[in-house]
Design a protein around this ligand. Sequence first.
Ligand code: 3AM
Length: 180
Amino acid sequence: MRLFYAIDFPEEIKSALMRYQSDLRSIGTTGRFVRRDTLHLTLHFLGETPPSQLMKAKKAADQAAATCAPFSLCTASPGSFAKGRGGEVLWLGLEPCKALLDVQGQLEDCLERQEFKKDTKPYRPHITMARDADWSTDLPKLDPLTIPADGITLFESRRDVSTGRYRYIPLHIASFCGEA
Ligand code: 3AM
């Protein structure tokens, strides 16, 4: 099973992000826009994992979440990752947030303790809006959104054979229950 950890968003945040996608479309942006039900902020991509390791994957999330208190994220400017294997990824950035980096760092440590591989690449927090994206004018700004972060969700990313699309299935939610 293909697993990853993310911060999931409340419905009103997903609605605001969908409106932002409309703003992007209105300036002529093309690409594969992220569907409402797959909007998220990735913390760590675990990748293909044997089902026998699922308990350990949940445990890592629980251990990391136990050390962190709920916090808020604030959106920043849009940006993109240069064209690579998957084409241009257009994303919405986030204001620097120590609590987010702490959570991500804790998760990496807890994953290592559970004998998963640590991510060696620097963490670049972003909310993907569209893949294979193309645009020709300045990207629209979004009034800053405050996003509550209450826990870590372990998602399974499953490919639907009939549509070829990935569906993200929440398998486990580890709520932040540490001291502020
Ligand atoms: O939408 P974002 O970028 O936050 O890019 C994939 C997506 O994150 C990322 O995992 C999230 C859920 O699919 N992802 C997919 N394959 C990956 C890989 N091989 C990957 N991240 C790192 N390495």
